[in-house]
Design a protein around this ligand. Structure first.
Ligand SMILES: Cc1cc2nc3c(=O)[nH]c(=O)nc-3n(C[C@H](O)[C@H](O)[C@H](O)COP(=O)(O)OP(=O)(O)OC[C@H]3O[C@@H](n4cnc5c(N)ncnc54)[C@H](O)[C@@H]3O)c2cc1C
Length: 318
């Protein structure tokens, strides 16, 4: 029995860690070969570059306490509170904001740290979650005390019957895609910027200096496309590389071609509209968590998992 959590992104791992800390028997099943979900890195010659979330920000006290632990463990560091801003191809005034935190080993290392000591089975996709007798859900034919789906709504929808409460909660919700292009250059040949928001651009939404972010000064940039551009290259992201590369070089005035590039498509990067609720949990014992529950941010995903973990533990009398 016990609780089965599907998804080892930061929401699923936060949920499982909270359950385990309250004495609940919990297993995490992750379809990918590693943990982290959208806090992913691409390694080139062993060096990681963040290709999912560009950074994290903190406004909640519970999350701030977790972030301080990660900082003290050397996993997270304050990066910058000021980003560059471009309108089309023109650089405008810098954009001050909250502190952006970055991870020297990549943001996935936070999830790996939170998952230590948990029973996490990677390469184990969940295929179907159904309500069962006595408020005990059935996951791939196996009854359990509760089931948590910690993933984007369209991924959860594939596992659920739309006639159930959880199935209805995720049905038809639109999520936007992003193409993330990592570019490695021979040398740093662009104006100083930790990262830049790019507004009103047909191709680019954000460009981050991964060498600055990582703190090793490597000549590596990561660019995020607009959702419209990603949709237009839905079936063949590789074909988008020349146009994305041209856009980055034009924006930052880079003369040289990159030495290497790597493109990753995120089909469900962020929900098109945010919800108010922090998670879903019904009497049938099926719960939903992730950054689809609140503003789509790392902090939201972590809090959603934590709060659902507390609610599931309370339901089970822990
Ligand atoms: C390009 C991009 C840029 C972003 N930038 C920022 C930013 O700058 N700041 C910020 O705060 N946030 C940012 N985000 C958002 C941030 O990455 C997310 O909020 C957070 O990582 C979501 O975590 P999650 O655990 O909810 O979901 P995910 O990380 O998506 O985890 C879901 C997990 O479920 C697994 N899974 C799916 N289906 C199954 C199945 N059937 N069985 C088992 N496992 C399954 C997946 O493999 C995945 O590991 C960005 C995201 C993207 C994609």
């Amino acid at each position: 029995m016990g609780v089965i959590v599907a998804g080892a992104g930061i929401a699923g791992v936060a949920c499982a860690a909270e359950l385990a800390s309250r004495g609940v028997d919990v297993t995490v099943r992750e379809r990918a070969c590693g943990v982290g979900g959208r806090l992913a890195v691409h390694r080139h010659a062993g060096r990681p570059a963040d290709i999912g979330a560009a950074y994290l920000t903190v406004s909640d006290e519970d999350f701030a306490a977790r972030v301080r632990c990660w900082r003290d463990a050397g996993l997270l560091r304050e990066w910058t509170d000021t980003l560059a801003a471009y309108e089309g191809d023109a650089r405008g005034p810098d954009s001050p904001g909250p502190m952006r935190w970055a991870a020297p080993g990549g943001l996935w290392s936070l999830v790996a740290d939170a998952a230590r000591g948990l029973d996490v089975r990677t390469g184990h996709p969940v295929t179907a979650v159904r309500p069962g007798p006595g408020g005990r859900p059935v996951v791939d034919g196996e009854p359990c005390d509760a089931a948590v789906l910690a993933m984007p709504d369209p991924q959860a929808a594939r596992l659920l019957d739309p006639d159930t409460a959880a199935g209805a909660a995720v049905a038809g919700r639109v999520w936007n895609p992003v193409l993330a292009l990592t570019l490695g250059f021979a040398r740093r040949d662009w104006p100083a910027l930790p990262a830049a928001f790019v507004n009103d651009h047909p191709v680019l939404a954000l460009v981050a200096d991964d060498g600055d972010r990582r703190g090793d000064g490597a000549p590596v940039l990561v660019a995020h496309s607009t959702a419209a551009f990603a949709r237009a290259h839905d079936t063949a992201p590789e074909r988008a590389v020349p146009e994305l590369t041209r856009a980055v070089r034009a924006l930052l005035g880079i003369v040289a071609d990159p030495e290497w590039t790597y493109v990753h498509r995120w089909p469900h990067a962020a929900p098109a509209t945010a919800r108010e609720a922090a998670f879903h949990l019904d009497d049938d014992g099926v719960g939903l968590a992730g950054d689809g529950w609140g503003r789509p941010r790392v902090q939201t995903a972590w809090l959603s998992g934590l709060r659902l973990g507390r609610a599931v533990a309370a339901r089970l009398g822990h």
